[in-house]
Design a binder for this molecule. Structure first.
Ligand SMILES: [Zn+2]
Ligand SMILES: [Zn+2]
Length: 508
């Protein structure tokens, strides 16, 4: 049965012409038939009329790097982002009456004490229930004694000890990842899937129609298959991406893309990103850490290329980015250009100018997080604290990367930053460094047409033109009529996938 709908009373058009001018869209069987210039008359009785209430209609947003489960798990009392000191975190933890206590999103420098609660303080509120508080970036955490015992992480690299040799509870590097993975593995499967569902609803409420769900760690094939099946049943479109090191497993899972957080290094916040110039605010972290041997990386890329699969690796510091590019260069030197492959470097924060040129020559896509600059860029931001203001100004170079010919795809890395494409677009238009700002049209492309390239969907999605899927984000106002500094605050009124209204602010 054919299904026709007219989305009317909308405002279409962008200053650069990326979205054509119009007042609505005619849709048939989930696809755009044509852009309407005026409210149509004489439509058949079988055409459903959907009133967009004067809202601005854009292609549905894609979030190219986010974590469904972690996003869902961190809602409500589990989100400690707004706590400003250790006692308020502990008070919030006390309200969690679950057998495993998980909370996340503290930032050391935003807390009065300059540190999260330590092991003994968590013992006092969580008792013998294992408790893990994840730093906002997930690259370090703090645990209580019961969690140390349950997860067996006390002897692992990165388990911090005080001057008396006692575990502080703070975990970095291998100890952190082992504990975080063990915490998730210990939660019931259904609870994790319920969390996915909460995150999917959050995405729809943010105008996001497609998410790349980056699944960290390397669980069994059977476990991953059940997560992929669950992803396929979500109301938002999900591109499931396992971060396995096994190309055979990625092949068995299906799809053309995987990875996103195959970790080559850590994060700037946790001072574990692998950088050429040492951290200047805490010398014991030196130049951060590289997690993967160059040989291992070269083999992984070569095997993926052989199988026709594209993968994304997490690289934040210039040393990690350099390793990823060098490994792809060795693959192209042996096999020729990466025709048909679309590998990405995810985050790509501290890229040196020559690395940007080399990434463009290799044809690597950049899956970046504009809100990182919004949250931590600028002369007084966390990045300036880590490396000095001058160096911080050379990070997250969106405009430079685009000028070099790289495709820049936007993502939130939620729950690291808010699950909001509008915050990402806002961050691109308002970058702390004026020369790195993108035009509104280019910022929109990073979350629509260019984002679609990452999953080979550019012929299907990411633009408003005939034949494209009817995936829309409808906003209260066109983004070009509000001041640039207010883009992030524009309300999403409706989200549509394949012509089907999946979120309606008026109905919720
Ligand atoms: Zn990452
Ligand atoms: Zn991530």
């Amino acid at each position: 049965m054919s299904r026709a709908a007219a989305f009317v009373n909308a405002r279409l058009g962008t200053p650069g012409g990326f979205v054509p001018i119009g007042s609505g869209v005619l849709v048939q069987d989930g696809r755009i038939v044509r852009v309407l210039e005026s409210t149509p008359t004489g439509l058949g009785a079988d055409v459903e009329i959907i009133d967009c209430r004067g809202g601005a209609l854009y292609p549905g947003f894609h979030d190219c790097h986010m974590h469904l489960t972690a996003t869902g798990l961190q809602s409500g009392d589990h989100d400690i982002k707004t706590c400003r000191d250790v006692p308020s975190i502990l008070a919030q933890i006390k309200r969690i009456h679950e057998p495993l206590v998980f909370a996340a999103s503290y930032e050391d420098h935003r807390l009065t004490e300059g540190r999260p609660p330590l092991r003994s303080e968590l013992d006092a509120v969580a008792g013998d229930r294992p408790c893990l508080l994840s730093r906002i970036d997930g690259h370090s955490c703090v645990v209580n004694s019961a969690a140390v015992a349950l997860f067996g992480v006390g002897e692992k690299a990165g388990a911090e000890r005080d001057e008396r040799g006692e575990l502080t509870g703070r975990l970095f590097e291998a100890a952190n990842y082992a504990a975080q993975n063990a915490m998730f593995a210990a939660l019931p499967f259904n609870a994790l899937r319920r969390a996915d569902g909460r995150a999917a609803a959050m995405a729809l409420a943010a105008g996001i129609t497609t998410v790349h769900n980056v699944i960290e760690g390397d669980p069994s094939l059977e476990h991953l298959q059940s997560v992929y099946r669950s992803d396929a049943s979500q109301p938002v479109r999900v591109i499931s991406k396992s971060c396995t090191f096994s190309v055979a497993k990625a092949r068995a899972l299906g799809g053309r893309v995987f990875g996103g957080d195959i970790f080559l290094d850590g994060s700037i916040g946790s001072r574990t990103a692998a950088v050429g110039q040492a951290y200047q605010d805490d010398h014991k972290h030196g130049h951060g850490s590289l997690y993967v041997q160059p040989d291992q990386l070269g083999e992984l890329f070569d095997e993926a290329a052989e199988s026709g699969l594209s993968l994304g690796v997490h690289a934040i510091g210039d040393r990690a980015i350099g390793e990823a590019i060098a490994a792809w260069e060795s693959v192209t030197a042996r096999r020729g250009p990466l025709r048909g492959l679309r590998p990405s470097i995810d985050h790509f924060e501290i890229a040196l100018p020559d690395q940007i040129e080399r990434a463009a020559r290799c044809g690597l896509l950049l899956s970046m997080q504009p809100a990182f600059d919004y949250l931590w860029g600028g002369d007084d931001g966390m990045y300036a604290r880590r490396f000095g203001a001058e160096r911080a100004a050379g990070m997250n170079l969106f405009a430079t990367a685009r000028r070099a010919g790289c495709v820049v795809c936007g993502g939130s890395d939620s729950p690291v930053t808010k699950l909001s494409a509008l915050l990402g677009i806002h961050s691109l238009v308002n970058h702390h460094v004026a020369a790195e700002r993108l035009s509104l049209d280019d910022a929109l492309r990073a979350y629509t047409a260019d984002a679609a390239l990452l999953a080979y969907e550019e012929k299907e999605r990411g633009a408003i033109s005939p034949g494209m899927a009817a995936d829309f984000a409808i906003l209260e106002q066109p983004l070009h009529v509000v001041p640039a500094t207010r883009i992030k605050d524009v309300a999403v009124t409706m989200t549509v996938i394949a012509g089907d209204v999946r979120f309606d602010a008026a109905a919720s």
